[in-house]
Ligand binder design. Structure first.
Ligand SMILES: NC(=O)c1ccc[n+]([C@@H]2O[C@H](COP(=O)([O-])OP(=O)(O)OC[C@H]3O[C@@H](n4cnc5c(N)ncnc54)[C@H](OP(=O)(O)O)[C@@H]3O)[C@@H](O)[C@H]2O)c1
Length: 271
């Protein structure tokens, strides 16, 4: 079940749908074997610019599609699957859903055919092939389907197999996670500008620092707690900055925010 043999349809050529397609195209997947659908003129024209087939209605192509990515908002999943049920969808077609909060069992129940289903939770850095995606498989999907999904999402960054029971936490950590870092970067950039740096200098310093810190955690096999100690010489400027953040409860505020995001993720697909 190799990636190059697939004929891929993307239902929902919005922000994530297009990030997914650009990852595929960058990995030399043939543009002839991808189609994508959207409704608005803006999204349809953005899809056309990628050199793939685009349509509002994809009924003509579905019978010749081996893998369908569902990349619509959770509230639209039910309507889309009801539409798919009316189409000549093969039972062999692999359905991959990236809809937050939408369980595999919900998708399997909505589908009138016993198609294999994979659930995935990617994040926005997939747009620059630096994303991370969690995947898990449904009752009709095999190890081979899971492996195909792993290969597919690896074109967009890292891909990890994680039990579905943890998907709301994954959504809160890595799905929403880029926004937490953007918030921190926003604050650091503005602080740098206030101290006299140009915006360009501050953005470069902050963005490269975020990348460097992430690479240290990934490549050195040391915990952030340990690495933080290395930077924070007692009495030095880093230690004083961390003292203020800890005294004002910034770590527990972050933990509370992540716990709230997990609870919201759990409710997203319950409609
Ligand atoms: N963006 C991310 O980084 C990210 C990360 C993790 C998971 N996700 C998941 O990915 C999914 C899509 O998110 P997004 O950010 O890409 O949203 P988005 O930009 O709003 O894209 C949704 C797309 O679905 C299309 N659509 C909606 N109803 C449709 C229908 N009936 N037929 C055909 N197309 C239809 C929309 O078309 P029009 O707008 O043209 O009407 C739009 O192109 C969500 O379930 C989200 O939870 C996204």
């Amino acid at each position: 079940m190799s990636l190059s043999n697939q004929k891929i349809g993307v239902i929902g050529g919005g922000r994530f749908g297009r990030a997914f397609i650009s990852g595929l195209l960058k990995s030399q997947f043939s543009s002839k074997n991808i189609w994508a659908s959207a409704r608005s003129e803006a999204n349809l024209s953005a899809i056309q610019k990628m050199g793939i087939r685009s349509a509002e209605n994809f009924g003509d192509w579905i019978s010749d599609t081996t893998l369908v990515l569902l990349s619509v908002k959770p509230a639209q999943i039910k309507g889309i699957i009801e539409k798919l049920n009316q189409m000549p969808l093969s039972e062999k077609t692999l359905i991959i859903s990236v809809a937050a909060g939408t369980s595999i069992s919900k998708i399997e129940k909505l589908l009138t055919k016993k198609c294999p289903v994979i659930r995935a939770m990617p994040n926005s850095p997939c747009t620059v092939q630096e994303g991370v995606t969690a995947i898990c498989k449904g009752s009709n999907a095999t190890k081979e389907h899971l492996e195909l999904a792993r290969v597919l999402f690896s074109t967009l960054g890292k891909c990890l197999e994680i039990d579905e029971v943890h998907f709301d936490s994954v959504t809160a950590l890595s799905g929403s996670g880029p926004a937490y870092y953007y918030l921190l970067m926003e604050v650091m950039i503005e602080a740098g500008i206030k101290e006299g740096l140009t915006r360009e200098q501050a953005v470069d310093l902050v963005a490269q620092t975020a990348r460097g810190a992430a690479t240290m955690v990934q490549n050195l096999n040391r915990s952030p707690t340990d690495l933080k100690k290395d930077v924070a010489t007692p009495g030095g400027c880093t230690a004083e900055a961390l003292k203020i953040l800890e005294e004002r409860n910034v770590p527990s505020i972050f933990a509370e925010a992540i716990s709230k995001a997990t609870a919201v993720a759990a409710n997203l697909g319950k409609n």
